[in-house]
Design a protein around this ligand. Structure first.
Ligand code: ADE
Length: 228
């Protein structure tokens, strides 16, 4: 998996890159690179945004700046780039990210994430350069960087070996293995704390019963989807 994040704040991703599942994914051949829009702006004073036509507050990321950054990275017209790799703009009004969409992205070889800032993107960027618009929730962040990190986090941990223990990303909340239901409850030592115990079945060592109990719990939490 090769992920390119286009941003005005590449430094924000330095911390994210140090996280274990990210370092694992990178060690196994994935890459997470940042491209700084500002480094590629064709404008004399390093501008990347401008005031909106028609007036209004805030600044809008310019289409010529985004085109220059995409061309510099891919050596091609961005209109053609989106035909061969998913180019995803992070926007508050986009398709809501869920486990199904994360699975879709995790199955791609390459992803491009475009972070907006201020009032967002010139609409022509979304219309002509992007294959997807994704939102991490119906609220407005100051920019797309945190949303891009959420996408990267959710996608990278799905990759084989990223978590360091193979099964953990399979049977987890909202996964197909749990019929889309939230995950079952977990407990660990101590087996009793302030009189709060742990369900007996989990201490029984009876794996089939434990499995049955867990799926039953997930079903309850999720409102009744059936599991295999
Ligand atoms: N950019 C600003 N707000 C956002 C959100 N909620 N999701 C994705 N990108 C955003």
């Amino acid at each position: 998996m090769q992920i390119d994040v286009f941003t005005l704040f590449p430094g924000w991703f330095d911390w994210f890159r140090t996280q274990r599942h990210v370092t694992n994914a990178v060690a196994l051949g994935s890459a997470l690179d940042c491209v700084d829009y500002r480094a590629h702006t064709p404008l004399k004073w390093g501008q990347v945004d401008d005031t909106p036509f028609g007036g209004g507050a805030g600044m809008v990321l310019r289409v010529d700046v985004v085109e220059a950054a995409l061309r510099a990275r891919y050596g091609d017209d961005p209109v053609a780039v989106r035909e061969r790799r998913r180019v995803i703009a992070l926007t508050p009004g986009g398709r809501l990210l869920d486990d199904g969409l994360v699975e879709e992205f995790a199955a791609e070889e390459e992803l491009t994430l475009l972070c907006g800032r201020y009032e967002g993107f010139d609409e022509r960027i979304l219309d002509h350069f992007c294959s997807d618009q994704v939102s991490i929730g119906r609220y407005v962040l100051a920019g797309g960087e945190l949303a891009a990190m959420v996408v990267c986090d959710a996608v990278l941990r799905k990759l084989p070996g990223a978590l360091g223990h193979e099964e953990s990303a399979q049977e987890e909340s909202f996964s197909a293995a749990l019929g889309g239901a939230p995950e079952y409850p977990h407990y660990t030592r101590p087996a009793e704390w302030r009189g709060w115990g742990v369900p007996d079945v989990l201490l029984s060592g009876h794996h089939a019963k434990i499995r049955e109990w867990r799926h039953e719990q997930a079903r309850h939490r999720g409102g009744g989807e059936s599991l295999s």
